[in-house]
Ligand binder design. Structure first.
Ligand code: AMP
Length: 542
């Protein structure tokens, strides 16, 4: 027997509509690429998102069409999140840190119709626009006075477009499983793959991350997402803020410690979120000021492992709580959070800091298991290590336009490529990674792409790239090269050769010449052995 309640769909437009109706005055404050601080209310944001929906209508956009963004965390980007998804189109956030060839691949693969860009990224767009196959127009996120001189013909001005249309738009009602947004991840082998979120998955994820035990959103809170809106929807923060009435503070392009400290201080920020690398400079700024920004209560840190020294610095030196989170583009992203349980709060400080280096407990809604090589589930005893699998309503079941790729969706579980333990209290801890990728400062570097590029060099016979620990960037690539018999190994020429093919920040921190590489029975390079051997290589150096 079915229940007799209304089947109203869970739609993204309702999150902002609720914010505009119930918390109309609450603020969104944004550092603009033009340099100044911009502030307005949820009511105004809602109006402008409606204007944008009218612009899309005028463009002839249809439901399901993809609209791409290349933009920092700011109010215009926020309006696109809502205007595009609310209209029924798909908001496709693109990571500007990728190599231009990858950006062109992604825009073509997604078949984006329009592209909305911050002024900062004009050089990038100029580099790729000749390769774009489906984009009909490029909208620059600025006003007429700041429109750039560009060789791209017919650039459109965002503010002008908004002025030309009505400020009301009736958000359409449609199936909650409709696609809402798209984000490509390079955290897998091969070309970047698209994770296609739905309205339902996004709304459910937002409801859960707003809870006290996760990000604690409410009208009393002010959150500053350092994590970019172009990388997994800023961990869902732009969706979870309006309906909870939380003040949203967008840092724009200024992510150095001093700028973050000043903005947190002046805007009364209570919570912030980002990858470990970003906090090193904020901690430095906190030391310079002799204190944390006055209202800062906690920081959510994820995307890479949080070192114990970082937990200790925030908590012991500055009284700011660390909440470690774990997740993936494929999991919307938040899957676990480490907020220490009440009865463990009285642990000796050192033991509690140690506990906080774990990635945390699963959120309500997702399930976790760890399995051995045969797929057999392992005990949650804090000892057994196995590949982590996850399932839940905001976990990806298939990649966008990759119907032949089944690897991740057997038995309704998504294989994360992370190796973990789970303890009897439910805390998951990442201990290794089976996917052969490097995560530097929260962004992926493909070891396979680097190896393929390196083996094209005339003096290279074999190449292996591994990620090794780095104090600032968490991991950096190290290239091991077996030279060709007659060749004279030369790091500089290899580095110059690679820099023509990959982004500058992908270049290996060191190149080591070796006689041979360890191979397994099937001829594959034994990366785990190399990782073990060289794990301290860059730490020793620094
Ligand atoms: P992405 O899809 O770029 O968000 O990357 C997801 C991957 O980042 C995960 O599969 C992990 O390998 C890694 N990751 C995310 N959060 C953490 C964390 N708290 N500790 C260690 N690794 C993490």
């Amino acid at each position: 027997m079915l229940g007799l309640m209304m089947g109203k769909p869970l739609l993204i437009s309702s999150l902002l509509r609720h914010g505009a109706e119930v918390y109309a005055e609450q603020e969104i404050v944004s550092r603009r690429v033009e340099g100044d601080l911009h502030r307005y209310s949820y009511a105004e944001a809602h109006q402008r998102a409606q204007r944008l929906a009218n612009v899309l209508n005028k463009f002839g956009i249809e439901r399901g069409d993809r609209i791409a963004t290349l933009a920092w965390n700011g109010y215009r980007h926020f309006e696109i999140y809502y205007g595009v998804s609310g209209f029924g189109a798909v908001c496709h956030t693109v990571n500007p840190r990728l190599h231009p060839s990858q950006i062109a691949y992604i825009l073509n693969h997604a078949e984006d119709r329009y592209l909305f860009v911050d002024l900062t990224f004009m050089p990038l767009i100029e580099a790729v626009h000749g390769q774009l196959e489906t984009v009909r127009g490029i909208v620059v996120l600025t006003d007429r006075a700041h429109m750039p001189d560009s060789k791209i013909p017919g650039l459109l001005c965002y503010e002008e477009l908004l002025e030309q249309v009505s400020e009301t738009f009736d958000w359409p009602e449609f199936d909650e499983n409709t696609a809402s947004s798209l984000c490509y991840t390079s955290g897998t082998t091969g070309n970047p793959k698209g994770v296609l979120y739905s309205h339902r998955s996004t709304v459910l994820h937002s409801l859960i991350i707003a809870l006290p035990e996760v990000m604690n959103f409410s009208e009393k809170a002010a959150v500053l997402p350092v994590v970019p809106m172009f990388h997994v929807n800023a961990w869902g923060i732009p969706y979870a803020t309006p309906f909870t009435g939380t003040k949203l503070v967008n840092p724009g392009p200024k992510l150095d410690g001093d700028s973050l400290w000043d903005l947190m201080e002046s805007e009364g920020v209570t919570a912030s979120a980002g990858v470990p690398t970003i906090w090193l400079d904020l901690l430095r700024a906190m030391r310079d000021h002799g204190r944390a920004p006055k209202k800062l209560e906690f920081v959510v840190i994820g995307g890479a492992a949080v070192p114990k020294s970082m937990v200790e610095a925030f908590e012991k030196d500055f009284g700011v709580e660390v909440r470690q989170g774990w997740g993936m583009t494929e999991t919307s992203p938040v899957g676990t959070i480490n907020v220490v349980k009440q009865r463990q709060r009285s642990l000796p400080d050192d033991d509690r800091y140690e506990l906080q280096t774990k990635q945390g407990r699963k959120l309500f809604g997702v399930d976790l298991k760890i399995v051995d090589e045969d797929g057999t589930a392992l005990p949650h005893d804090g000892e057994a290590q196995g590949e982590l699998k996850i399932s839940g309503p905001w976990v990806c079941k298939a990649y966008f336009k990759q119907d032949d790729d089944n690897a991740h969706r057997e038995d309704g579980w998504f294989s994360t490529g992370d190796v973990a333990t789970i303890d009897p209290n439910g805390y998951m801890q990442i201990t290794d990674r089976v996917k052969d990728m490097i995560k530097s400062g929260g962004e992926w570097i493909s070891s396979i792409d680097l190896e393929n590029a390196a083996t094209g060099h005339p003096s290279v016979a074999m190449a292996a790239v591994i990620g090794v620990a780095h104090q600032k960037w968490d991991e950096r690539p190290l290239l091991l090269v077996v030279p060709r018999p007659e060749a004279e190994p030369d790091s500089e020429s290899i580095r110059a050769y690679l820099s023509d093919q990959v982004a500058k920040w992908w270049l290996p921190d060191d190149i080591i010449f070796v006689e041979s590489l360890p191979l397994g029975a099937t001829g594959k390079i034994l990366k785990n052995r190399l990782r073990e051997e060289y794990k301290n290589h860059l730490l020793d150096d620094s």
